[in-house]
Design a protein around this ligand. Structure first.
Ligand code: URA
Length: 237
């Protein structure tokens, strides 16, 4: 792998800004292959060098993968002329990295959104042939029943002719809440399917995508890096 400036490869982990890295270098807190780093511009191989901060090894993998608890009111886009996007929730050094959401959630949908700059992985996860399960919690105006579950399981054809793959529907509580599992991600798909059943969605939240579940400790608007186990599971999809 090509050599990279230490401040670039450390800031890419998402843990520190370049300014913080500069300060840490000055304070002698960073070592590379056992020797103190003297300048943030020093170049190292992110895959071979053993970089430590305060004695702790740092994983300098070339891509960033994070989960965000999307609140309602933000667009799942990288930029917009008028409205705020999910990238506005990230610190500046991550905003500059070129991260993008892996699939979209509607403006009023909450929950799990993965962001990365690894285009290849994102492409694989979104490929229609991959059928990565996405689980949504929905509140509906009405009560879902077995007929609704059977209709989704069969694969619905919507009013405009859109054919949906078989999907899962599990009623919760009195049936005004449910879990919907999709294997694809068509525009407004949960809302359109439930509306077609005469039970429009009044609240929607994504709980998981493939092996990645929304971390319940993340409040709306908060994010964290995926841990190595999550990343391994995701890459194994
Ligand atoms: N289905 C929808 O209708 N909206 C979303 O945001 C995601 C899935």
């Amino acid at each position: 792998m090509a050599l990279q400036r230490l401040d670039k490869l450390l800031s890419a982990t998402g843990h520190w800004s370049r300014k913080e890295i500069k300060d840490m270098v000055r304070q002698g807190r960073i070592t590379a292959d056992g020797r103190p780093v003297l300048r943030p511009e020093e170049k190292w191989d992110p895959q071979l060098a053993e970089i430590r901060v305060d004695g702790q090894a740092v994983d300098c993998a070339p891509f960033v993968y994070l989960m965000l608890h999307k609140p309602a009111g933000l667009l799942s886009a990288t930029e917009d002329r008028d409205q705020k996007t999910v990238l506005d929730l990230l610190p500046e050094h991550l905003q500059r990295r070129g991260l993008f959401p892996v699939g979209r959630l509607d403006k009023d949908t909450e929950g799990l959104l993965l962001l990365t700059d690894d285009g290849e992985l994102a492409h694989r996860l979104l490929s229609p042939r991959k059928h990565v399960d996405k689980v949504y919690y929905a509140k509906v105006d009405g009560i879902v029943d077995r007929d609704d579950a059977a209709a989704l399981a069969e694969g619905m054809t919507l009013g405009d002719g859109l054919r949906c793959l078989p999907a899962g529907l599990e009623p919760l509580g009195d049936g005004s809440e449910c879990l919907v599992t999709l294997r694809e991600g068509k525009y407004h798909q949960v809302k359109r399917m439930m509306a077609a059943r005469g039970k429009p969605v009044i609240y929607l939240k994504r709980l998981s995508m493939g092996p990645i579940c929304l971390d319940e400790r993340l409040k709306k608007g908060e994010w964290r890096m995926l841990n190595s186990q999550e990343l391994q599971n995701l890459k194994g999809q």
